[in-house]
Every structure is written in C-alpha cells, then in structure tokens.
Design a protein around this ligand. Structure first.
Ligand SMILES: [Zn+2]
Length: 265
C-alpha cells in the first residue's frame, strides 16, 4: 500500500482528469489507498478539505502557503486559531507553510510572520509541519531553530524536496523527514537522486503534489495521487530496495510522523 503524503485534491486542474470519485478510485486501483490533501489558504480551503477528508476516508491539513501569506494576513488568523482548526479528527498536520523567495508572491516580512505562527501552532499541537521552501533554505532553518528552541515537540517534513545535501542534512538534524515528489524522476535531477540515495530509509516520504509536478513519463500532464507509485518505484530503485518493501517503509514513516492519522486510519 502507498500513501501520497502531499496532494491538493481541491485544486482546479485536477478536475480536468474527471470527478474526484474517479481520481480516488484510480488511486486505489494503483494501491494508493490513502492520501493527505494539503491546505494553502485557510479561509478558502479549510472547510472543503475537511469535507473531502471525511467523504473519502483520508486526511487533510490546515495552513497558509507562503504565496498566500499577504493575502491571508487580512484574515488575521492567530496561532490559537490555527490550533483550533486542528481539533477536527481528520486534520493531522499544519501547512503547507514556509518561505518562497523565488516567486515572492508575498513580502518577506509577511512570510516570516506567517511561518513563525505555524511553527508555534505545530509545537503546541504536536502536529507535523509541512514545509515549502524555495531559495530560502537558510531562513527556513534559522526560523525553525529560533522558534523551536530545540523543542522535541517540533517535527515535520520538507515537502517536495529539491534542495541539496546541506539542506537535507539540516532537516535531518532537526529530526525532520524528507519528501520526494515527481521532481526526482526528472532527467536533470541527478543531484537530487544522489540526495535520495544518501537519506536514511526511515526518514523518507513520497508525494505527488498533484495536480502539479507529474513524474516522468507523464511530465507536463495534470498529476494525480495514483502517480506517487512512479516516484516511489524510482526511489526504491535508488535505495536498492524491493518496491513492496519501500511502499511499506514509506507508509510506516508516514504514520510515524503523522501519528494522529493512525487514530482515523
Ligand atoms: Zn503543495
């Protein structure tokens, strides 16, 4: 069994592939039984994601993507609000959040304030943080350390990992997991495949980030949770592990990190 640790089932593009019923059925035919559908904007997505999670017996998260930090600042959500949003049994993580200096859709200060709020909520709830980082690795690690202060309750995942070994190691030092998406299958991603080879097997997750980032040979198409198998097969090969064992290992890793998911599995 596979778990897609990061997808966006409510994002518009996905509907080009059909109804959500079909997309979930296709995933389950491919043995992707479970998935975590990720929130980017609380005020627009939280209610919808909760309903999707209930309907399909999967899980969701709550949080504000760095792209949407400025926009969502108008809603004035506090750390306490985020904590309250996690009380639903199927909300098992906080994010996606983080920093993005590549697109800079939101000013840095607002991204920082947004990220810090989420770190505090993660510590308070002991739920994992789902982190997005682009051209902002140093600040990601710095803010995690500043807010975290070595607190063991702080845990999480560097999602859609595309950084180098240094960032991966800094993540591991904070006891974070590293999640590989379809990017690892891209022809030019040799360095990323080296990172995957070097990662401890009990710290690896796999994801699609669908509807984005379809793996080879589907590159450029709308992505869907079923395709996590392609990424998983490739990383299993890099780890020189039978595919079934790798699927089980990454599912176990998922439950280890997202331990709240076990109670509604
Ligand atoms: Zn995402």
């Amino acid at each position: 069994m596979w778990i897609d640790s990061h997808c966006h089932l409510n994002h518009k593009n996905l509907s080009k592939l059909g109804e959500l019923d079909e997309i979930i059925a296709t995933a389950r035919e491919a043995k992707v039984d479970k998935m975590l559908t990720i929130c980017c904007e609380i005020h627009r997505e939280y209610e919808a994601l909760k309903q999707i999670a209930e309907k399909y017996d999967i899980w969701a998260t709550v949080g504000t993507h760095p792209h949407d930090a400025a926009h969502e600042a108008e809603m004035e959500y506090t750390t306490e609000d985020i904590v309250n949003f996690t009380k639903h049994p199927r909300i098992v993580g906080i994010g996606e959040t983080g920093l993005d200096y590549f697109y800079k859709h939101s000013p840095k200060e607002e991204q920082h304030e947004n990220f810090r709020k989420h770190i505090r909520a993660a510590i308070e709830t002991e739920l994992p943080l789902i982190i997005h980082t682009r051209d902002s690795d140093e600040d990601i690690i710095r803010l995690l350390k500043e807010e975290g202060q070595g607190d063991k309750r702080l845990k999480g995942v560097l999602h859609c990992f595309s950084g180098g070994l240094d960032l991966a190691q800094a993540g591991l030092d904070l006891d974070f997991y590293i999640s590989f998406s379809g990017i690892v299958t891209f022809e030019k991603a040799g360095e990323l495949r080296d990172v995957a080879r070097a990662m401890p097997i009990d710290k690896i997750l796999v994801e699609t980030d669908s509807p984005y980032l379809a793996p080879v040979p589907l590159r450029g198409k709308v992505n869907q949770p079923a395709n996590v198998v392609r990424t998983g097969e490739l990383v299993a090969q890099l780890k020189q592990m039978p595919v079934a064992d790798f699927a089980k290992q990454t599912s176990d890793n998922f439950y280890e990190l997202f331990s709240k998911a076990k109670s509604v599995a």
